[in-house]
Design a protein around this ligand. Structure first.
Ligand SMILES: Nc1nc2c(c(=O)[nH]1)N[C@H]1C(S)=C(S)[C@@H](COP(=O)(O)O)O[C@H]1N2
Ligand SMILES: [Mo]
Length: 256
């Protein structure tokens, strides 16, 4: 590796950190910037897996630590007629489709999700915009859903497709989406969460069901999940970088 390139990579760790703090807006238009960032990203991922262990738990807190008001961010109320109609019926007919590289595709009602074993955890949410909030989440461990769907041998990632359109009016719809690798997806604290602080998940926090991946930054935690797809690579859907914000230049691996 050329010297200036190495220097750039050292510096780009700081650039990446600064960019991450600057909030949910575009960060790298230039290909060489995102290539360098993804080298840093790979180092971060390897370092975290090495030191933290693949199944290490994110810290959990006590009821006394719960924030009086959990801040909401990004989409707060999806505007589509379809979502509105589901909300009007308290999401009784909402379904989470699970498909892609699985032996057994699923179509899960909220009732079915709630009937599965659940996990409750009090964790801290860290948004790249520079705020954190502690809240209590209850939901179905994603690995139980995956176990029912039986991923095939070529499965590598789990992608989450959401009900909120991020595009301005008059341009083609661009729905929020995210993805995790199988290590993160099968982590014991990775949940399809349907409750926050003992209440049904409010609309602003992703009703009726959203992802919690407690070792990752906030933007990974897709709200308003309608479809889960098991895939072999990230290039074949959305903008090709594995997530809505990743397509704008954020790092795909958002470990904290
Ligand atoms: N579908 C969807 N999921 C989303 C977002 C969004 O805009 N749409 N924003 C992300 C970001 S940047 C953060 S910090 C968290 C915010 O979750 P909260 O509103 O429950 O605090 O949701 C993430 N998941
Ligand atoms: Mo965020």
């Amino acid at each position: 590796m050329a010297d200036d390139r190495r220097r750039f990579l050292t510096r780009s760790a700081a650039v990446a950190a600064a960019a991450l703090l600057s909030g949910c807006s575009g960060l790298s238009e230039k290909k060489w910037v995102s290539d360098a960032l993804s080298e840093v990203e790979n180092l971060t991922r390897r370092a975290q897996r090495l030191f933290a262990g693949r199944q290490a738990l994110a810290p959990e807190f006590t009821k006394a630590d719960i924030a009086p008001v959990f801040r909401a961010n990004g989409t707060l109320d999806p505007a589509s007629d379809d979502y509105r109609a589901h909300a009007a019926k308290d999401f009784r007919d909402w379904r989470v489709e699970v498909g892609g590289l699985v032996e057994r595709p699923l179509s899960l009602s909220m009732e079915a999700l709630r009937a599965m074993p659940s996990r409750t955890q009090i964790t801290r949410h860290d948004c790249v915009e520079g705020w954190s909030c502690i809240g209590e989440w209850k939901g179905t461990p994603l690995r139980l859903v995956l176990a029912e769907a039986r991923p095939r041998n070529d499965a590598r990632y789990v992608a989450f497709f959401c009900a909120d359109n991020m595009a301005e009016e008059g341009v083609p719809a661009q729905y929020y989406y995210e993805s995790l690798d199988l290590v993160e997806a099968t982590h014991p604290q990775t949940l399809l969460a349907y409750e926050l602080n003992g209440q049904a998940l409010p609309i602003e926090h992703g009703a009726p069901v959203r992802l919690r991946a407690e070792r990752q930054l906030g933007y990974k935690m897709a709200k308003y999940i309608q479809r889960i797809e098991i895939v072999a690579d990230l290039g074949s859907f959305g903008g090709g970088r594995g997530g809505y914000w990743e397509d704008q230049g954020y790092s795909w691996y958002a470990g904290i």
